[in-house]
Design a protein around this ligand. Structure first.
Ligand SMILES: Nc1ncnc2c1ncn2[C@@H]1O[C@H](COP(=O)(O)OP(=O)(O)OP(=O)(O)O)[C@@H](O)[C@H]1O
Ligand SMILES: [Mg+2]
Length: 220
């Protein structure tokens, strides 16, 4: 589903990632880990064409990231849901509207939007907070809204960057269980995290980055 072949990324003279090759299979849930600044976020951003690799090839489903034209990037992004810290919720819009926004830009019928949004809010157990503003939610609830927003367009791939960053262990476990459910329904999930407890004894594949390269992969 996701294939990196000899991918390198530089910022001016700095080598962030060098000759990275790996693949994530369709239906897999896998982790990327490694020290701060090693390039985890950069690697995930390349998968949704948020930043373009300088060398090598990345394919996501049938898209070649480096061959994409600016106008075809939105098609890729319909298939790649993202849970990233810098994609914040809109604080002046309700939970429902935050999730619906992703569908409204696709010109869907209002009733269809309503049904889809209510369904994902049920999945993340936030139906009762549909009309609430994000600032009136706990951190764990806000993160579940972000996940609902990523899931509502039924992406093929879900990318999550430190999805439990600010959460306690109870909320982290809730979020992790959501990812497992989403994965069990067929979505390929790739999670970048320093939080070893998320993948420790998870039985899932873990890719360790170190010094701009893949240090090792531990299969699940
Ligand atoms: N837009 C940018 N311009 C210049 N350098 C950048 C840019 N984005 C990232 N970098 C650099 O690339 C390196 C990798 O950053 P990245 O955010 O991918 O690391 P990370 O593994 O996600 O770290 P963390 O665990 O702290 O989130 C860092 O040295 C960072 O300073
Ligand atoms: Mg990061």
């Amino acid at each position: 589903m996701i294939q990196f072949t000899d991918v390198s990324k530089f910022y001016e003279e700095d080598v962030v990632l060098k000759d990275i090759s790996f693949s994530i299979n369709k239906g897999e849930l896998a982790f990327i880990t490694g020290p701060s600044g090693v390039g985890k976020t950069t690697l995930l951003r390349m998968i949704y064409a948020g930043t373009i690799p300088d060398e090598g090839n990345i394919t996501v489903a049938s898209w070649e990231i480096r061959q994409l034209k600016q106008r075809t990037i939105p098609y890729l992004r319909r298939h790649v849901g993202v849970v990233f810290q810098d994609f914040r919720l809109l604080n002046n819009k309700s939970v429902f509207d935050n999730v619906a926004l992703a569908l409204r830009i696709h010109n869907m019928h209002p009733q269809e939007i309503k049904d889809d949004v209510n369904e994902v809010l049920k999945d993340v157990k936030l139906s009762h907070k549909s009309h609430t503003l994000p600032l009136h939610l706990s951190g764990g609830e806000q993160q579940r809204v972000v996940i609902a927003r990523a899931m509502v367009s039924r992406p093929t791939v879900l990318l999550a960057d430190e999805p439990t960053g600010n959460l306690d262990s109870t909320n982290s476990a809730i979020i992790m269980n959501l990812f497992k459910e989403i994965n069990a329904r067929g979505t390929t999930v790739l999670i970048a995290t320093h939080n070893e407890s998320l993948f420790h004894e998870s039985g899932r594949r873990v890719i360790y980055l170190k010094d701009a390269a893949i240090e090792r992969e531990v299969s699940g």
